[in-house]
Every structure is written in C-alpha cells, then in structure tokens.
Design a binder for this molecule. Structure first.
Ligand SMILES: Cc1cc2nc3c(=O)[nH]c(=O)nc-3n(C[C@H](O)[C@H](O)[C@H](O)COP(=O)(O)OP(=O)(O)OC[C@H]3O[C@@H](n4cnc5c(N)ncnc54)[C@H](O)[C@@H]3O)c2cc1C
Length: 468
C-alpha cells in the first residue's frame, strides 16, 4: 500500500492548529498545515493580541487625566488612529512570522491556502492538489455571527473589520452584551468616540457573576457610554456613502452613528469544509462533536479549538492541540482540564473571574458564603477619578473551600491568573485569611475579607434536590 503524504494534516493555522502541528512534528510525525488567511489565526491576527493593544491605547486618556492629580502638567494630548493601526499591524506581522517559522523549524510543511476534506484520509487544497494523511485535525476556529436578514446589515461591520478601520469613528453603535462587545465599547469610548451599546438581554455578560455585570454596566454608563438593554435593532439606513448610519431600535428610537458593529456571538468555521462527505457529526450550532480526546465521529479525524465550541479561549485551543499531539503521536495520553479556567474581560474597568459565580454556586451547593470588598483605589485618592475595585469570593459554607473569585477593577486579569492556581489546589477561605497581606496593594483586600457579606442557604428536598 502506498504511504500517505503525511502522518497528520492540520486544517487551520491558528492557536490550536499550530500547537498541534508543531508538537506532532516534534514527536516525529510528518506534518502538513494549511492556513487560508494568516498564520496565527484569530487570536494573533484579529482577536486577543490586537484587541489588547487597542485596550492599552484606549486607557491612556484616563491616565493623562489621572497624572494631573500627581503633579504632572502637560499640553492637550492628541491621538493618531492610523499610527496605532500601523504599529499594531507591525506587531501582528511579526507574530505571524514567528508562528509560521516555528512550524517550519519543526519540519512541518506549510500550505498558505484553504483546505477541505475529501474523505477520512484525504484533503483537497485550494490549488487543486489532493493530499492523503493518516490523521486529519480540524482546527478552523470560528467567525462572527451576523444577522443577515436585518435590513441594511451591509452597512455594519464585525470585530474583524474594526481592527483596520481607515479612520476612528466619531460615533459607533455596538450590538451585543458579551465580552467582545464590551471590550470594543471600552476601546472606542477611551479613544474618544461616542458609543452606544445595544443589547437584547436585561444584563450584560450572560453567565458571569451578577456583581460583575452590574458593576460594568454602572461604570460604562458613568463613562458616558449609552447602554440600551432589552433592545434590538430593527434596521439600518444610510442615505449614501459617507452619510451617517441611522440605526432604528425596537423602542422606536433611532441612533445616528458613523459605524455599527455587531458582536453578537461567534459560530464554528465549518462552511464548505466537507464535513458531510467525510461523515463528521456536528451539533445544532454547527460545532464538531468530539469526545474528551478530541476524536470526531470519524476515527481518523480529530477536531480542536473554537470549531468544537467547548470553551472558546486561546489557551484552551492550545492545550487541546497539545493534548491531541501528545496522545496520538507521543504515546502520552492526556486531556485538557476545563475546571477553574480563568477569564478576563478587558473592558475598562477590567474583569477577572474564575470558578463558580454566586448564582451557579447557590444552585449547586447547600450553603454558600459571600465575601465582598468594594473600595476606591489608592491611586484614585490623588487622581480624583472615581476608579473602584470590587472583589468577591464565593465560598462553600460547609467545607470553607473557595468556589469562585470575581474581580473588577485595575489589573483584575493579572490577579485572576494566580487565583486560578489557588482554586485548583482547593484553597479555603481560611488560607486567604492566614496569608500575610501585601501592603499597600489592592490585592491585600482579598486577605482581609473578614466579614461575610451574605450567606445563601438552599434547603434540600429528597425528591427535587436543592431548593432555593
Ligand atoms: C475580538 C476577539 C477577541 C478575543 N479575545 C480573546 C482573549 O482575550 N483571550 C482568549 O483566550 N481568547 C480570545 N478570543 C478567542 C480566541 O481568539 C479563540 O478562542 C482562538 O483563536 C481559537 O483558536 P483556534 O485554533 O480554535 O482557531 P483560530 O485561532 O480561529 O484559527 C483558525 C484558523 O483556521 C483558518 N481556517 C479556517 N478554515 C480554513 C480552511 N478551510 N483551510 C485553511 N485554513 C482555514 C482560519 O483562517 C484561522 O487562521 C478572542 C476572539 C476574538 C474574535
């Protein structure tokens, strides 16, 4: 029998695909990786990395204002959007080069073109070439969802385009209430745009702890961001190129803006991939169904990352890719652990969260204790800003184990990374109490949460389980 062209062919050169390809090649597999757009994928090219760079840019305006309280005197700062976009582009081009180079260094063959499935061991490249592989890994990620039926939707953009706008819009309506919508609302507001956030739900950040979603809403409104809750868009009208977009809401009100951006969710990138021909099962959202070892319904085909819609974060895609490569090519089976995954929302104020929200903890545990600190930061005492920090621990009242930690305020993302390790090791509230605080810091407040803010008790019904 003729040998396959590759032991592994990876479709998608993003976070997960590149890690899987590189590790499999290091284990001695003959690897090919196809990428239809740019190596690095969503995170590097139009996700986490450029997003965080824009977040940094957006926070300087408040920093300049804060500096005055510390004695600094300066002229009126001005901002150059094009300079920022160009600097951001240089950095992502550098990272893109590193991603491709790392694959090549590991002796993987790279194909800068689209690939689709022809069968359990066969792919077709856009150039027309057909290749065979012992195993195929689908790591095609996701893309923004757009309501294509909305009249005037052609006037709207997604996060993909927001990174590369020719000019900074003076006003923008952002549709959505998830982390991407909030981050971009914060970015554009910080850079001086008039921002309207339109969200169909009653609360921002569905699934997050209620204190975080309430606080970010208050903070955004205090920053002058107009937040329309339980609101949807009925249509978008534009009189002509260059004219403002008129966004009509279900309330009958209309907002006139220069840009409209949709951030209402993302969907798996499976269109035209040939899943049906190969016999791969998907769920009702189009996500590829996999088992804990990332195996699809076809034994030779695996899938990782956002295309499987498990936990759509870069480090998760990377772990899944690494676990796949070690398991299949390194004779070292392991799987990604989805417990206590820390998450940040780079809104301003920033959010860091890990573990169970108060609401989730109450539905799963009999007695839940809540400890909260809500304070003005030390820096704000001189800057005169209204910057605050809210910190919250959700504790199992029976075992004293910390079930969740939720922070909103400066550096919340940095802090939560370390707290996630503590939660993995089963940290108790008593451990926090016994740790010497570091003074003066915001983090020390976590060690001095002496007084319980609330105790939530559920009564157990033998038939119905826990009752609120
Ligand atoms: C605006 C934004 C901000 C984000 N911020 C964060 C954050 O702060 N932290 C975080 O952890 N996550 C963040 N994410 C999510 C993160 O980007 C994804 O979870 C991560 O990129 C998923 O990696 P992946 O390998 O599954 O897919 P991707 O990185 O999307 O890579 C998939 C690749 O496959 C390619 N491809 C698709 N189809 C084909 C085909 N048929 N042939 C060849 N190539 C193909 C695509 O071009 C893409 O490069 C953000 C996402 C967005 C959109």
């Amino acid at each position: 029998m003729a040998q396959d062209d590759f032991d592994l062919f990876v479709i998608g050169g993003g976070s997960g695909g590149v890690r899987a390809g590189r590790i499999a090649a290091n284990h001695g597999a003959r690897v090919g990786v196809a990428e239809e757009y740019r190596f690095g994928g969503t995170c590097v090219i139009r996700g986490c990395v450029p997003k965080k760079l824009l977040v940094y840019a957006s926070r300087f305006a408040a920093e300049f204002a804060d500096a005055a309280g510390f004695g600094w005197r300066m002229g009126k700062p001005t901002f150059d959007w094009r300079a920022l976009v160009a600097a951001k582009d240089r950095e992502i081009a550098r990272l893109e080069g590193i991603y491709a180079a790392n694959l090549e260094k590991a002796n993987a063959a790279i194909f800068p073109e689209r690939a689709t499935l022809l069968g359990p061991n066969q792919v077709r490249l856009h150039s027309g070439r057909t290749l065979t592989a012992g195993r195929i890994l689908i790591a095609t990620g996701g893309r923004p969802t757009m309501p294509h039926e909305l009249p005037g939707i052609e006037h709207a953009i997604t996060s993909n385009e927001a990174f590369d706008l020719e000019t900074l819009p003076s006003s923008i309506a952002i549709v959505g209430g998830g982390y991407i919508a909030l981050e971009f609302a914060g970015i554009f507001a910080g850079l001086g745009a008039r921002v309207t956030l339109v969200h169909r739900g009653a609360n921002l950040l569905r699934g997050f702890d209620g204190d975080l979603s309430r606080r970010v809403l208050e903070a955004y409104r205090a920053r002058g961001i107009r937040v329309e809750l339980e609101a949807t868009l009925l249509k978008l009208d534009r009189a002509g190129a260059g004219a403002p977009i008129v966004a009509t809401l279900n309330s009958g009100n209309a907002v006139e803006v220069e840009q409209v951006m949709f951030a209402i969710g993302r969907m798996p990138n499976v269109e035209g991939l040939g899943l049906e021909q190969a016999g791969i099962r998907t769920d009702r959202n189009g996500a590829i169904i996999v088992d804990e070892l990332s195996r699809t319904s076809v034994p030779s085909i695996y899938a990782i990352g956002d295309v499987t819609n498990r936990l759509n974060l870069t480090p998760v895609a990377i772990r899944e890719g690494h676990a796949f490569a070690d398991t299949v090519f390194g004779d070292r089976p392991w799987q990604a652990d989805y417990e206590n995954v820390p998450t940040a929302v780079f809104s301003t104020p920033e959010i860091g969260t890990v573990g169970l929200s108060e609401e989730a903890a109450v539905s799963r545990h009999g007695i839940v204790d809540i400890y909260r600190a809500d304070f003005r930061t030390l820096k704000a005492t001189l800057s005169g800003s209204d910057e605050r920090m809210l910190m919250k621990l959700v504790v199992d009242g029976s075992s004293d184990r910390v079930l969740g930690a939720h922070l909103i305020g400066p550096d919340a993302g940095e802090l939560i990374q370390v707290i996630a390790t503590l939660l993995r090791t089963g940290v108790t509230k008593r451990d926090f109490d016994q740790t010497m605080p570091l003074h003066p810091s915001s983090a020390e407040e976590l060690m001095t949460l002496r007084t319980r803010s609330a105790r939530r008790i559920q009564h157990h019904d033998p038939q119905l389980g826990l009752m609120p």
